[in-house]
Design a protein around this ligand. Structure first.
Ligand SMILES: [Zn+2]
Length: 126
């Protein structure tokens, strides 16, 4: 079972031989060789036995939110949103949810701001 970097921007799949696991004061972890993010590990080995490291299941998985404004034919802008949710141990890639049109605005900046506020609401509830 490979390790998967928890950084949604990275999501590197790493063979165990590729990463160097270290024991720090807070517990076991590895640092992603691609993005340098710290990934926590749990030792599930029997007491006194060999160390057996697994990645913890996460309920508070990181999100990537992309808010954009799409120009419309009439010169207005549609607010759009893409939200990526990491799958934890289930897979390499994040699930992505799309909102194609959250509202139409006269100004591209307003459209992006609206998409971001929708994202903040949505992530707050999740
Ligand atoms: Zn990484």
């Amino acid at each position: 079972m490979p390790f998967i970097c928890e950084n949604v921007e990275c999501r590197a799949v790493l063979a165990r031989g590729q990463v160097r696991t270290v024991q720090e004061n807070e517990g076991w972890c590895f640092y992603c060789p691609d993005c340098k993010v710290r990934n926590a590990l749990n030792d599930i080995g029997a007491p006194g036995g060999p160390v057996e490291l697994v990645q913890p299941e996460r309920s508070d998985l990181p999100h990537k939110v992309v808010a954009t404004a799409r120009p419309l034919e009439d010169g207005k802008y549609a607010a759009q949103l893409r939200v990526q949710r990491a799958l934890g141990m289930k897979g390499t890639y994040a699930v992505e949810e799309h909102w194609e049109q959250l509202g139409v605005f006269l100004d591209a900046h307003e459209a992006v701001a609206h998409a971001k506020s929708v994202a903040a609401d949505w992530l707050g509830k999740a």
